[in-house]
Every structure is written in structure tokens, then in C-alpha cells.
Design a binder for this molecule. Structure first.
Ligand SMILES: Cc1cc2nc3c(=O)[nH]c(=O)nc-3n(C[C@H](O)[C@H](O)[C@H](O)COP(=O)(O)OP(=O)(O)OC[C@H]3O[C@@H](n4cnc5c(N)ncnc54)[C@H](O)[C@@H]3O)c2cc1C
Length: 409
């Protein structure tokens, strides 16, 4: 039996704590907040998308960085194990669109309570308001941790589960990266990911609050299409956000570093250019003597009308029968390719995850143990691993946590 010290009582730390304690280790979860799982609480808009019920091999394409490193982790403790774990722990689950798994209650607090219950049941001890400042080691490996109050806690194994840098108000303030560097590990460049995008045009803030459900998005760097998707998005006072935009942010970062990107929204993705023309003609024929501004409102949400009029190149008061074919086709082009310029990404405080982290080259993929310091483990978001939305980031936390807990002797 070992004394296992876990730094961080978030998703990864709690799961590791449960399995380490179930294996009979004296397990101490050290969390600097006044409660466990503060970030888990806000996941999935308070509903917690705990995993993705896809086949294990489908997890890999959802991981943006170092997906191969997760081979053992995903195959040892995959989505079906996560679902089993929570159902056995008394949390019924349901699967929604895109295989996203949520607690049936729609309450993330049920996930946190279940983990806390399992921790206690297995005999783990939880220390709240306990901030770890440093990991200490000698030539044989870790010896323990130094707390913020200066005291030393001895341990046979230490698991770093401090999370990343995103939403720092939840406790993820990057301590794990500092601890990793101080113990001789490489930390790759840290960037916010799954984050809203900033835009240039002054008409975007005018649309603040408008949400579009079935929209196509194309992002171009010069002439090259660098991203294409379909889904839901929202306009904000500084740019765009929503599920489709967050996913785009995970893909376009490296192009954005080279300069601004041109983006286009297809407001009628279900219609071809010809079908849209037929649709617009129907509206035009029905309103021959009406003014342009009074006819187009049926084609898209009414709050878009002022901006569409501004960009459309047709006098708002012009009578429908006076509009030329060229003018009509030009307006239809605007509907199929509503333009805006992406100038930058949002910041850490509004990012779902951190890209970059403890280099996976310094970590053994079968155990999550450091290659530099014996009995020191890194799990969850602190590692240089990140995935798209859909429950994949929590799956990374659960899978890596399980491996570390199983590996400790
Ligand atoms: C708004 C939002 C919504 C999200 N929704 C989803 C979703 O629905 N599905 C999904 O898969 N992913 C989602 N994510 C991502 C997911 O929350 C993270 O990937 C996951 O929480 C990472 O788990 P972790 O245990 O590594 O880190 P965290 O959950 O961040 O936990 C780290 C813990 O360590 C503690 N800590 C840090 N430093 C110290 C220290 N020095 N001493 C003691 N304790 C310390 C922190 O207080 C914190 O409690 C979302 C993220 C955000 C921000």
C-alpha cells in the first residue's frame, strides 16, 4: 500500500482518487478551493457532457494534439467504462445528438456528488482549502508535497491533476505547469482553445445576441479554405461564439497566427444557389409592388434585416419589380456567403480548454508516470492534450486518471 497525494480535486483528480483508494492506497486529495469540481460544475452549460458514446477508435480524430499518446488510456478506460462508472455510482445517463452523454437529470452537480461519494466510500481523504506549492523529490523519486502554509506532506506517489489555465476562476490557474517545470519537465506553448472569435466589421456587434441554428461556416486564409462546418452560432459584442465557432477555434489557430482570416456564413445551407433563387423569386413575385426592405424579412431572422440591407447593395425602399436580375443574384450571394473577418481568438478566461501543456514526451503513455521523476504522475488537462467539444476533454481526464491510479504500486 502506498500513500498517494493527488494535487487537484477536479475531474481527473477525483477519478484518480476513487481508483487509487479502491486499490487500497492511502489516498489524499488536495484541493485548493473550498469545494471539489468547481469547473465540472459549469461544464456542458451546467449539464456536464461527461463523455462521448462513440466507439473507442472514433475518439482519436476528436483529439487535436498528440492523439496517439492516448492509445492505452482510451482502450483501457473508454467511454463505456466511464458510463458504467457513473451508472454504478447512481447517476443515470442519457445520450443526445452527436453521441454526447449527460446525466439524465441535466445536473452536473450529480456527477460531482457521485465522485465525492465514491471517494469517501473507497476511503480517500479530501482536504479542501489546501494549496500545493511544490512537489519535492530526491534521487529515488518523489518524497511528498509542500503546502502553501509551509508544511510538508510525505507521499510515496504524487499525481498532478491541476488542470489548465482556462476559466481561472474555477481554480485552474496553471500551477501544474509550474510544478512540472520545477521538477524538470518540458511545458509546450500554452494557448486558449475552444474559444470565441474576435471579428473586425462594425456590423457584427449590431447583431449581438442573435443566435443562428442551421448555418454553414467557411473560413479562408487567402484563397485556401482552412475550415468548413455546419451548426449553431451566436453573435456577441466583439465577435462570434457558439458550438460551431468554438470547434472552428480549435482548428484555425495556426492560420490565424499568420494573419486575419476571411469567414463566410451560409444562411441557407439546405438550399443550392438555384433553389435559393427560386425561393427568392417566389417571394418577389408575391410582393411585386412592395419595397425591398419589407419583403426580405421572411428569408432570415428579422434582426439580420438591417445588416443585410446595408450589405446588400439594393436601396431598401426600391420596389421589388424595379430590382434587376444582377441585383437579385448579388443579394442571394450575400445570403449564401455572409462575410466577416476573424482577427483573433478570445482569452484564457473564456476558453473551454488550454492547448499545450506538459510535454507528452516526458510521460509514459501506459501509466502517465513521468519519465524524469519516479512515482510522479500527470493527468488531465495539465498534459499537452486537447480535444474538440462533445465530451472528449472529460474523457481524456477520466482515462488518464484511471491509468495513473492503476499504475501506482
Ligand atoms: C465552461 C466550460 C465548459 C466545459 N464543458 C465540457 C463538457 O461539457 N465536456 C467536456 O468533456 N469538457 C468540458 N470542458 C472541459 C473540462 O472541464 C476540462 O477538460 C476538465 O475539467 C479537465 O479536468 P482536470 O481535472 O484536468 O482539471 P480541472 O477540472 O480544472 O481541475 C483542476 C483542479 O485542481 C485544483 N488545483 C489547481 N492548482 C492547485 C494547487 N496548487 N493545489 C491544489 N489544488 C489545485 C483546481 O482548483 C481544480 O479544482 C469545459 C470547460 C469549460 C471551462
Amino acid at each position: 500500500m502506498s500513500r498517494v497525494l493527488i494535487i487537484g480535486g477536479g475531474a481527473a483528480g477525483m477519478m484518480a482518487g476513487v481508483y487509487a483508494a479502491r486499490r487500497g492506497h492511502q489516498t489524499e486529495v488536495l484541493e485548493k478551493n473550498e469545494k471539489l469540481g468547481k469547473k465540472l460544475y459549469i461544464t456542458g452549460k451546467g449539464r456536464c457532457n461527461v463523455t462521448n458514446a462513440c466507439d473507442t477508435e472514433e475518439l482519436f480524430p476528436a483529439v487535436m494534439s498528440n492523439s496517439k499518446f492516448l492509445y492505452s488510456a482510451f482502450y483501457t478506460f473508454g467511454p463505456e467504462h466511464v458510463m458504467d462508472f457513473f451508472e454504478q455510482a447512481g447517476v443515470p445517463l442519457k445520450t443526445e445528438r452527436g453521441n454526447r452523454v449527460f446525466p439524465s437529470s441535466d445536473h452536473s452537480s450529480d456527477i460531482i456528488r457521485a465522485l465525492e461519494r465514491e471517494l469517501k466510500k473507497a476511503g480517500a481523504r479530501i482536504h479542501l482549502r489546501t494549496e500545493v506549492k511544490a512537489v519535492e523529490s530526491d534521487e529515488n523519486g518523489v518524497t511528498g508535497v509542500r503546502l502553501a502554509d509551509g508544511s510538508f506532506l510525505p507521499g510515496d506517489a504524487v499525481i498532478v491533476a491541476c488542470g489548465g489555465l482556462s476559466y481561472p476562476t474555477t481554480g485552474s490557474t496553471g500551477d501544474g505547469y509550474r510544478i512540472a517545470q520545477e521538477t524538470g519537465h518540458k511545458v509546450t506553448e500554452l494557448k486558449p482553445s475552444l474559444v470565441p472569435l474576435k471579428t473586425k466589421e462594425d456590423y457584427i456587434p449590431l447583431l449581438q445576441g442573435l443566435s443562428l441554428k442551421n448555418t454553414g461556416l467557411t473560413v479562408k486564409s487567402g484563397k485556401k479554405v482552412v475550415y468548413k462546418d455546419f451548426g449553431e452560432m451566436m453573435f456577441t459584442h466583439f465577435g462570434v461564439t457558439g458550438p460551431m465557432i468554438l470547434s472552428a477555434s480549435a482548428h484555425i489557430g495556426r492560420y490565424l497566427e499568420k494573419g486575419e482570416l476571411n469567414a463566410y456564413l451560409d444562411l441557407k445551407p439546405a438550399l443550392s444557389a438555384e433553389q435559393l433563387d427560386a425561393r427568392v423569386l417566389r417571394e418577389f413575385e408575391a410582393g411585386q409592388n412592395k419595397q425591398f426592405k419589407n419583403v426580405i424579412g421572411v428569408l432570415f431572422p428579422s434582426s439580420l434585416t438591417p445588416v443585410m440591407l446595408k450589405l446588400g447593395g439594393i436601396e431598401p425602399e426600391k420596389k421589388i419589380h424595379e430590382i434587376s436580375r444582377e441585383e437579385r443574384l448579388h443579394f442571394e450571394q450575400l445570403i449564401k456567403a455572409f462575410p466577416f473577418t476573424i482577427t483573433g481568438m478570445g482569452e484564457f478566461k473564456e476558453a473551454i480548454i488550454t492547448r499545450g501543456g506538459v510535454s507528452v514526451k516526458d510521460i509514459q503513455p501506459q501509466t502517465m508516470e513521468s519519465r524524469k521523476v519516479k512515482n510522479l504522475y500527470f493527468i488531465g488537462e495539465v498534459l499537452d492534450l486537447d480535444a474538440v467539444t462533445g465530451g472528449f476533454n472529460l474523457q481524456i481526464a477520466w482515462s488518464t486518471a484511471y491509468l495513473a491510479a492503476q499504475a501506482i504500486e
